[in-house]
Design a protein around this ligand. Sequence first.
Ligand SMILES: Cc1ncc(COP(=O)(O)O)c(C=O)c1O
Length: 399
Amino acid sequence: MGLPRQEPVSDTRRRDRVLVGRTEPADDLEIVAAIGSHVRDATGRRYIDLQMGWCVGNLGWSPPEIMERVRRYAGPSYVAPHALYAPWVELAEALLEFAPGRLSRAYRCVSGTESVELAMQLAMAHTGRHKIVSIEDAYHGNSLGAKSAGHPATAHLLGFRKLAPPLDARALDRLETLLKPHDVAAFIMEPTILNLAVTIPDVEFMRGLVALCHRHGTLVIMDEVATGFGRTGRRFAVEHHGLDPDIMTLGKAITNGVAPLAATLVTPEIARATAGELSFYSTFGWQPLAVEAALAVLAYWRDRGDILLSAIGDRSAEMRRRLASMPLPDDAEIRIQGLAVGVTIGDPARVRRVVRRCREHGVLIGDDDDAIVLFPALTIDAATLGDAMDVLEDALRGR
Ligand SMILES: Cc1ncc(COP(=O)(O)O)c(C=O)c1O
């Protein structure tokens, strides 16, 4: 695959354990190179990557179109947030043109967490309310606010209410009960919940959601940090439902991982109402080199987006066909939307065994409790995907 060779750094694991702060032990995998759908470790072993940094490397690792533009960049190394900088206007314009609905202003953030945090603050400033409703066990980032909109065990702040799945038509009634006190600033969710092993809400729920929230004076935040930029087979997952959010959060694949950048997009009313109401300053928000990477990603989508979406459809159908014939338990559930795939196989220990066997045979997949999750590069070719599916099938057979 033309990856540069590098000598193994044998004591990285030992030194990492002492020096690098982590809340979980590191994977036993020292990455030294990443190109397209492949990564290589320090021992020279090559893997097919079906995680892509959890929805970051949507265009494959080190895509030449993005890397070349970043390498050529010769503008300022930094611009302070209060200054004017033409590429910020250019990026805001390109993002808002790319995004669906009535979103008309883009705020500059560094990470997905920051974009969610800002989204909730904007909703509070716009509505004058301070409560947030989110999906039970969701994940929206690692700040105190974003965590409080997530799993109950990580919730620290008051005023966060949870809507439990299943997200069907009846969930609208349960949501209405939560909204009725008229104190909820925003309802936040991923339009396809990748953080719940690719949970796909019912059409009825998504169809009724915005009208219900608006009836009770609550804004709708769609967190597209993971689903955005083609992951679910549309540019954004809200497009599956024709849903117009009031606020949308973006991150991850927005620069394909080349540099950190995120954005919070809002409607004109919210931008107007919160001007002066809310103070928001992010030192590294839309740092110039990261802006260059994001502009390159958007140029890629402009020039080749339709071809990419059609390829995602083909690969998605192929994954569906392969998974349907794999040796899965009778009650297994396969959920696929574009190239976001969750397969619940019912037993976390078996999931861990399958993940380990895949790794031993050169394929990196993810796990989420009792499900395996697959997020291949959107640019993966049919042969590579076929090879990875062969390995997964063998792993499920216990080989
Ligand atoms: C849906 C969603 N929102 C927000 C975040 C937080 O993004 P970041 O890790 O860039 O802060 C994540 C990260 O996984 C996510 O999946």
